[in-house]
Design a protein around this ligand. Structure first.
Ligand SMILES: [Zn+2]
Length: 276
């Protein structure tokens, strides 16, 4: 049995809750970012995480970016339903130039901008800056999951089957990318090995990243699907083959590497300067 089929079967038997990239993907992105931090930014991260609390408000003893990278998913799990609705993504239509709505600034790119500002502001209470760090680390990862930045009219929720094998019953295109494809991308090795073009830094960088990820969603998530056309619903379940998954894993690794490198740049910029 080819390794990829074995791994897919294993992941299907032990599914993870839906969240962009899952815990392993977020941790891999954070490990890459941490390896690129300046000594000053590293010292700031240590200070901000020194008294870190878990989702229940108890000391977490977590000291690395990888360890705290899924905290926004953890607090969402115990929050009232819809408390963080829309915070982890932005439903940008893959076939439109215009971005999707961002209600009250609660969408992935705008929240990165807002939390990055808190992170830089040393007059803010330590707890605020600690939580801002945890949001930024997580959301930069989420934004780079293509389906968190770009969807067709199906919202990414169309059911899929790979090679005629039904994944978990009701698995959607979005969940396939979050879990199976994300975990295969991590299993393929450290992200340091992935060559990527991260583009120039810019003041509105997170919004630029979201446009880029939306284009990746169109080019690499939807266009390889036979029968995809702008403005038309795909017939469910959508049959995908192993070649689709293989190519998707390559794209997922590139997106994760972009996320890690950009996260490091952002943290170096916001935390890398000595306090006045
Ligand atoms: Zn998330």
């Amino acid at each position: 049995m080819p390794w990829i089929v074995a791994l897919l079967l294993c992941l299907w038997l032990f599914p993870q809750p839906s969240s962009a990239w899952g815990r392993k993907g977020h941790a891999a992105i954070a490990v890459l970012a941490e390896s690129q931090l300046t000594p000053q930014a590293q010292a700031q991260v240590r200070e901000l995480l020194a008294g870190d609390l878990d989702r229940d408000g108890k000391p977490s003893a977590r000291t690395t970016l990888a360890a705290i990278a899924s905290w926004p998913d953890e607090i969402r799990d115990i929050a009232p339903a819809k408390a963080f609705k829309g915070w982890h993504s932005r439903a940008n239509p893959v076939c439109d130039a215009a971005l999707g709505a961002c209600r009250d600034g609660h969408c992935v790119d705008q929240l990165i901008v807002a939390y990055a500002a808190v992170l830089r502001d040393r007059s803010q209470p330590l707890r605020e800056r600690n939580e801002a760090l945890k949001w930024v680390v997580h959301l930069v990862g989420d934004l780079h999951q293509p389906l968190h930045s770009g969807v067709s009219i199906d919202g990414g929720n169309v059911r899929v089957v790979v090679d005629g094998f039904d994944a978990r019953p009701g698995t959607t295109l979005h969940a396939l990318w979050d879990n199976e494809i994300g975990n295969l991308a991590v299993a393929a090795g450290p992200l340091q090995a992935v060559a990527i073009d991260t583009g120039a830094a810019a003041a509105d960088a997170p919004t630029q990243w979201t446009r880029e990820a939306r284009d990746v969603a169109r080019r690499s998530v939807y266009e390889p699907i036979a029968g995809f056309a702008c403005g038309q619903r795909l017939a469910a379940p959508v049959p995908l083959d192993r070649a689709y998954v293989r190519q998707a894993v390559v794209v997922a690794r590139e997106q994760m590497a972009r996320a890690g490198t950009r996260l490091a740049r952002l943290l170096n910029e916001r935390l890398g300067v000595a306090p006045k």
